[in-house]
Structures are given as structure tokens and as C-alpha cells.
Write a protein that binds this ligand. Structure first.
Ligand code: FE2
Length: 265
């Protein structure tokens, strides 16, 4: 199966720019058109958080309008810029599996995978957390899940340390407890966002991938005291290919006009 990952969309109200600079809505429109035109149609599109930039009025309506262009099954988890209630209300028509309750987390089967979609949001805070109630929910869901079915974990905040200092100070508290719960399970991979860069990591025995943002990226400053800086590096969509025989393979598909040409042989 093929899963396309969009992350950190940071949609604004119509006509506005994120922090007055970045036309994130145009960037998402390009990303959506890119996914919709892929030669192989994804079975599922996952959005790993930060759907909007505010939250400000009009942002979620704009996000819903843009994401409707995918015409594909959609699974959304929230990021630190999101408002759970507004996200649920606006995006349920596109993602009917968005749950009721205090957290937007869920477990669902898709193709050969069992997706564990986590809500790491701490309202009003940039960092994320898996606290006792959420860890208990995960433990209960895992108890229901057959061991042989590979798990694909989704969460906005990375559980690993990226090396980009200012982002690592706002990753996910409680992640080690998640690793403990996943020990002994077949985990296909863990997909996240938040850092606004493509990052492959191996964390507690689990292959992890942080997707690049659809709009602005975070500068690649691999220093503990790196300043918070952003760049206009080319945005991309992550394409995760899975089959039981070969496992998870992740490709980056850069958003832009790059027509392929035949080799001369
Ligand atoms: Fe973000």
C-alpha cells in the first residue's frame, strides 16, 4: 500500500500569510495538486499535525477547502498549532474517523497495517506529551491489537532528538513510556512532523521518519543552541510504501515541475 504524508500545513485565513511572510495556502494547494497527480494513487493521505497556523477564524474552513482537492481517504492528527474542536468540526467531512472525546487519537486498520494515530498536543504549549491518560489509552488499544499485524504509529511531535536544538526543546515528553508499550510489537514505522524537515531516525528499535513541511522548512542547524530560523528549501511530500515482504520504504516527492526525461539508452 502507498501512504502519502503531508505535514505542518500551517494554513492561514484566505489571503493571509503565515507570520506575514509565507503563503502557506498556496503551498498546500500545490501539495494537494501534486499528490492528486501522482502516477500511483495513494491509498491514504495522512496529515501529521499543524493543519493551521493560528488558530485564527477562517483557517480550518480554508484547510478543508484545500484538502478536499485530494479526493483521497484522509487521516488527520493535531499538532501544537491546532485546536482540537475546530479541527474536528471542519475536517470531519473529509476524515469521518476523527473521534469524539478529549483527544484526537485513534487506532484503525488500513490494508495490512494497523495505524495508531496519537494526539500529543498540550494546549497552549509548543512541546508535546504522552501523559498518563494517553499512555493508558495506548496500552488498552495495544491489548486489543493482534501482535502479528504491523503497527504504523503517527504523532506530531517526534519522540527522538533531531539534533536541531531549538526544535528538540519542544519534542514529545513521555515518549520513552511509549517505547516501553511498543516493545515486542511489530512496528512498521513511526511518522511524525513538527521539525519542518525530512529526517530519518532509528529510535528505540523503531524506524522513524519526520516529514518535511508543505511550506516553510526549519533551517538545518545541527547545534544545541541553534537559533530558530526558517528557509524556503523545496517542499516535498513523503510517500511511504509498504508490503509485508519488503517492509516500509519512504520516498520524498519534491513539489514542483520536474518532468522526467528518458535516459539515452
Ligand atoms: Fe509546524
Amino acid at each position: 500500500m502507498l501512504i502519502a504524508q503531508l505535514t505542518d500545513l500551517h494554513v492561514t485565513a484566505r489571503g493571509a500569510r503565515a507570520f506575514g511572510e509565507v503563503d502557506t495556502n498556496d503551498a498546500l494547494a500545490r501539495a494537494v495538486a501534486h499528490v492528486a497527480a501522482l502516477p500511483r494513487r495513494p491509498d491514504l493521505v495522512v496529515v501529521t499535525g499543524d493543519v493551521v497556523n493560528g488558530p485564527q477564524p477562517g483557517e480550518y474552513a480554508m484547510a478543508a477547502e484545500l484538502l478536499a482537492g485530494l479526493g483521497l481517504p484522509l487521516l488527520v492528527i493535531p499538532g501544537n498549532h491546532d485546536d482540537r474542536e475546530e479541527l474536528r468540526t471542519a475536517l470531519r467531512p473529509l476524515d469521518p474517523g476523527l473521534p469524539d472525546g478529549p483527544y484526537l487519537h485513534r487506532m484503525m486498520d488500513t490494508g495490512p497495517l494497523r495505524i495508531l494515530a496519537l494526539d500529543t498536543v498540550v494546549p497552549g504549549r509548543p512541546e508535546g506529551a504522552l501523559d498518563a491518560p494517553r499512555l493508558a489509552w495506548i496500552a488498552d488499544r495495544l491489548a486489543e491489537a493482534p501482535h502479528e499485524r504491523p503497527l504504523l504509529v503517527l504523532m506530531h511531535h517526534p519522540p527522538f532528538v533531531s539534533g536541531i536544538g531549538h526544535m528538540d526543546r519542544m519534542n514529545c515528553a513521555g515518549a520513552d513510556a511509549l517505547a516501553g508499550l511498543l516493545r515486542g510489537r511489530t512496528v512498521a514505522g513511526l511518522l511524525c512532523g513538527h521539525v519542518h524537515r525530512p529526517i530519518a531516525a532509528h529510535w528505540r528499535g523503531i524506524p522513524c521518519f519526520c516529514g518535511p513541511a508543505t511550506a516553510h522548512l526549519v533551517a538545518l542547524d545541527l547545534e544545541p543552541e541553534s537559533p530558530a530560523r526558517w528557509t524556503r528549501e523545496p517542499p516535498a511530500v513523503a510517500l511511504h510504501l509498504w508490503d509485508d515482504a519488503h517492509g516500509l520504504r519512504t520516498h520524498l516527492s519534491f513539489i514542483g515541475d520536474f518532468p522526467p526525461a528518458r535516459f539515452p539508452w
